[in-house]
Design a protein around this ligand. Structure first.
Ligand code: SAM
Ligand code: ZN
Length: 290
């Protein structure tokens, strides 16, 4: 049996068993009751419960399920369908959402690809997040996909094993992404465009600066061809305090702002803002690897 999963202890392939996964050296990882597998080794944990906490995950789920980011999700799905169209038909195809959160984007991707030009491809879907709370929620969206608790800094995949790595507003490790991608593979990287969440940011900061291009662009130069960039922008009107607070909890501002500023946001029950998102496609440069 072939596997694209890698044992986090010895780096040998991980194969499915009746209860989870195991490598040839007998390192074994049982699936949780909810269906995901935790592949974070205790000594690699930098905090007791790394990643987003349960409240942040609930806020993200409530907000995303309102449909305000459907255009972003649709843009991602179109981009990935195009990237897949250059692959040889009928080859096994693997997609990873790295930092998948509670699974919104991967679930919608699967639905979109099941009906479009990629419908003929046998695609395996994998989602990874370091927050076990996020992954637990993700399994509720779709138990047929493979969900793992793992870090983007130690991804449990063999070298050259994935066609697509998707990263949506999540921390990135460009070396790990390049390692696990096949030579023809693409990294689809989603980050805030210059005006993202203006409207909210104007309340938080006295002066609103434009978001700069993501740091990954420079780091990717050695390993990937220059990225193509597409931008999705549209206005958004939030119509309740819950929506506004949920959006805030999805952003880094949630942690960065002081109590007084948080109270200012908490007093709002209407908010007009900009969605401005950039989708970059980095194609892995060919080299001597797999
Ligand atoms: C801003 S959220 C984005 C989640 C999802 N992609 C979305 O857009 O809904 C960032 C996510 O990265 C996860 N995260 C943070 N550090 C991580 C790491 N080292 N490895 C994997 N995931 C990480 C968090 O738990 C959180 O779910
Ligand atoms: Zn092992």
């Amino acid at each position: 049996m072939t596997s694209i999963l890698q044992c986090p202890v010895c780096r040998e392939p991980l194969l499915p068993t009746a209860t989870g996964y195991q490598c040839a050296t007998n390192h074994s990882f049982d699936a949780a009751r909810q269906g995901y597998v935790n592949l974070v080794l205790a000594h690699n944990k930098h905090s007791k419960e790394p990643g987003d906490d349960p409240d942040m995950i609930q806020s993200r789920r409530r907000f995303l399920d309102l449909g305000y980011y459907l255009k972003v999700s649709d843009g991602i799905n179109r981009t990935i369908a195009t990237a897949l169209s250059s692959l040889v038909p009928h080859t096994n195809c693997s997609i990873l959402d790295a930092g998948c959160g509670e699974g919104f984007y991967l679930q919608r991707l699967k639905e979109a690809l099941a009906h479009g030009s990629a419908a003929h491809l046998p695609i395996e879907y994998h989602g990874v997040d370091v927050s076990k709370f996020a992954v637990r929620q993700a399994t509720q969206r779709d138990r047929t996909m493979a969900w793992f608790v793992a870090s983007i800094n130690d991804l449990p995949f063999l070298d050259g094993s994935l066609d697509i790595v998707l990263s949506v507003f999540s921390p990135a490790n460009i070396l790990e992404f390049a390692r696990i991608l096949k030579q023809s593979g693409s990294l689809i990287f989603i980050s805030p465009g210059p005006r993202h969440l203006n409207g909210l940011r104007e309340i938080i900061y006295p002066v609103t600066r434009e978001h700069a291009a993501p740091a990954i662009t420079e780091k990717a130069e050695a390993l990937f061809a220059p990225a193509t960039v597409a931008r999705i922008t549209y206005p958004l009107a939030l119509v309740s305090n819950q929506e506004i607070m949920d959006l805030l909890a999805m952003t880094p501002y949630y942690w960065n702002i002081d109590r007084e500023t948080k109270a200012k946001v908490a007093a709002l029950d209407r908010l007009q803002l900009d969605v401005d998102v950039e989708i970059r496609v980095f194609k892995k440069k060919s080299g001597d690897g797999p």
